[in-house]
Design a protein around this ligand. Structure first.
Ligand code: ADP
Ligand code: MG
Length: 252
């Protein structure tokens, strides 16, 4: 479970007659079950749009996306989403944030809290369960956001620059932890990033998008064993390769 088939997906914004923006242009891609795919590309190339369509929060203008053979048209707890920031309910405690998804699925309060506790343990925050988001650091908040997205046992985790606002050290730690979680859970991850370092550290494959309208420029296999050495020559080589592709996109 967790196989995504994206076929000829285009998305144009704007009303008929007025100027429109083509955010995605004929994107096709097959993502394997439990694969970790990173998306990188110039700002405005449609990365968020693609994730939102896969989340079921938006519809393509043409084309279709299947999850395990079934067309995606509406949001579903099978697809969890983690954004860069502000994705927690500020008025709910940590545990109530994480329990929200299971409760929405119709699971009783007591059982939902039990599930939430389990996921808070997974991200190492069980002792902060009664805190409010504002009492936590940015890194801790993103851990809660990950726990919350996982609490509905999604087959796909959609992550839109989730570590983009964190300092470098916290970011490295969370990358490492995310890989550990991914190793324990059967989940496909689609992860948008601006960081080549992050993409090379995390991904099975890196999808490089081209500038507007968003198309797939290149797909790079990262065949390096994990945990990866960020300073290894192979990592440097891949980073330089991605950097070169992105520079070409910028100069187009
Ligand atoms: N709801 C919307 N209405 C109009 N234009 C949009 C909307 N969402 C995105 N766009 C446009 O689509 C393009 C792609 O946006 P986005 O997917 O956010 O890019 P990225 O995440 O790669 O930076 C941009 O030009 C953006 O302005
Ligand atoms: Mg974006």
């Amino acid at each position: 479970m967790g196989r995504l088939t994206v076929t000829n997906v285009s998305r144009t914004f704007g009303k008929k007659g007025s100027a429109s923006t083509k955010a995605l242009d004929n994107v096709s891609l097959e993502i394997k079950n439990e694969e970790f795919v990173c998306f990188i590309g110039p700002s405005g190339c449609g990365k968020t749009t693609l994730l939102r369509i896969i989340a079921g929060l938006d519809l393509p203008t043409s084309g279709e996306i299947l999850l395990d053979g079934i067309q995606i048209t509406v949001p579903d707890p099978k697809r969890g989403m983690v954004f860069q920031e502000y994705s927690l309910f500020p008025w709910r405690t940590v545990i109530d944030n994480v329990a929200f998804g299971p409760q929405m699925q119709g699971i009783k309060k007591k059982e939902s809290l039990k599930i939430a506790e389990k996921y808070l343990e997974l991200v190492g925050l069980e002792q902060f369960k009664n805190s409010f988001p504002y009492e936590l650091s940015g890194g801790m908040r993103q851990r809660v956001a990950i726990a919350r997205a996982l609490a509905t046992e999604p087959q796909v985790l959609l992550m839109d620059e989730p570590f983009g606002a964190l300092d470098a050290q916290t970011r490295n730690t969370l990358q490492y932890e995310l890989l550990e979680i991914w190793g324990k859970k059967n989940v496909t991850i689609m992860f948008v990033t601006h960081s080549m370092d992050e993409a090379v550290f995390l991904a099975d494959r890196i999808v490089v998008m081209s500038a507007r309208p968003g198309k797939i420029r290149d797909i790079i296999n990262v065949d390096l064993p994990r945990p990866r050495d960020r300073t290894a020559p192979e990592s440097n080589e891949l980073r330089n390769h991605v950097l070169k592709l992105l520079a070409e996109e910028r100069d187009k």
